[in-house]
Design a protein around this ligand. Structure first.
Ligand code: ZN
Length: 325
């Protein structure tokens, strides 16, 4: 799962020092393993076991993304709980669609989304979900987010954060001329990726390509995944399924590919409700269906750390790190 090899990446030597200083228990662990405690430079950072407490930040000045979808439903407390996380976390906010229930109307954005996640609208880069299109043309969504949401006939756009290229895509394929190879969005994506040959690339859209939940896999986004894979992209984020799921890196057909594959996180945990998950499909590494929270991604020049940050009172978490291709 954690594909980074610290011995090949000198950058992590200093991180090992920070981790050792921040985690006195590491020395106890090393003693138990019979590893000499000195020199410190030889200490490898410990792998992050699943469900372990999050590690101390290793490079506090690297940029951060904070992501979740399926967010604000008036009368439910979840979106205020996740907005309280945003209140204390710096970073660019990715709203992964189904941002305002039930239909993304003007009134629902004003009365349900605006008082919670709307506190962070100025640093939010959204994508539309299917519920936004329950209002024809998703005009409530495009009206609320304005220029940040890209032209209403598209809803896809890209930008850079630190050394990373970030691509926001629209998985409501029937609304934008399809998602097949040669569709307007796919042609735009291919050109955009060619114009931004960064080492690290992340894309996000609402409907998960891979999904152990009741909605199942979204095959319509397979060509988009293929285009991202061909360009060497690293991470995809989605929502729609009201749960958290992390996958191992995969190709567009869903085959494990630790060398070139894209790692998907489903983060439908923004506060609306929860869906029970089914039996994990291939390459699903971790699932949770009862914690609201946001996924925090720290974007390093050659890799990323992830951490699921649960709302107050929830205990589920997840963290790890992977190098970019
Ligand atoms: Zn949805």
């Amino acid at each position: 799962m954690q594909t980074r090899n610290p011995l090949r990446r000198p950058r992590w030597t200093s991180i090992a020092l920070v981790s050792a200083l921040a985690l006195p228990g590491l020395f106890t662990l090393l003693a138990l393993l019979g590893t000499p405690a000195a020199p410190v430079e030889a200490v490898q950072p410990p792998e992050q076991p699943i469900n372990s407490p999050p590690a101390a930040p290793v490079a506090a000045d690297d940029p951060v993304l904070l992501a979740a979808g399926d967010i604000a439903a008036c009368g439910r407390p979840g979106s205020e709980q996740t907005a309280a996380l945003l209140d204390r976390l710096p970073g660019t906010v990715l709203a992964l669609g189904d941002n305002a229930y039930q239909a993304g109307t003007d009134a629902e954005f004003a009365q349900c989304y605006s008082p919670t996640w709307g506190r962070h609208r100025a640093r939010t880069r959204p994508v539309p979900g299917n519920h936004e299109y329950d209002t024809p043309g998703a005009v409530g969504y495009f009206g609320y987010f304005g220029a940040a949401a890209a032209p209403p006939d598209k809803g896809y756009y890209s930008y850079d954060v630190g050394d990373w290229h970030i691509v926001a895509l629209n998985s409501n394929c029937s609304q934008i001329g399809g998602c097949q190879i040669g569709s307007p969005q796919e042609r735009w994506l291919r050109a955009d990726l060619a114009a931004h040959p960064t080492r690290c690339t992340l894309a996000y859209w609402h409907h998960p390509r891979f999904n152990s939940g009741k909605h199942g896999n979204d095959a319509e986004m397979q060509p988009i995944w293929q285009t991202l894979y061909d360009a060497g992209a690293d991470v995809v984020l989605s929502g729609h399924e009201h749960s958290y799921e992390r996958f191992a890196p995969q190709d567009a057909a869903g085959a494990a590919d630790p060398e070139r594959g894209i790692r998907q996180f489903t983060v439908g945990t923004g506060g609306a409700s929860h869906h029970a998950l089914g039996r994990p499909i291939a390459n699903s590494e971790l699932q949770n269906a009862d914690a609201f929270g946001v996924l925090k991604l720290m974007l390093h020049p050659a890799g990323y750390d992830w951490e699921f940050v649960p709302v107050a009172g929830a205990t589920f978490t997840d963290s790890g790190h992977t190098a970019c291709h």
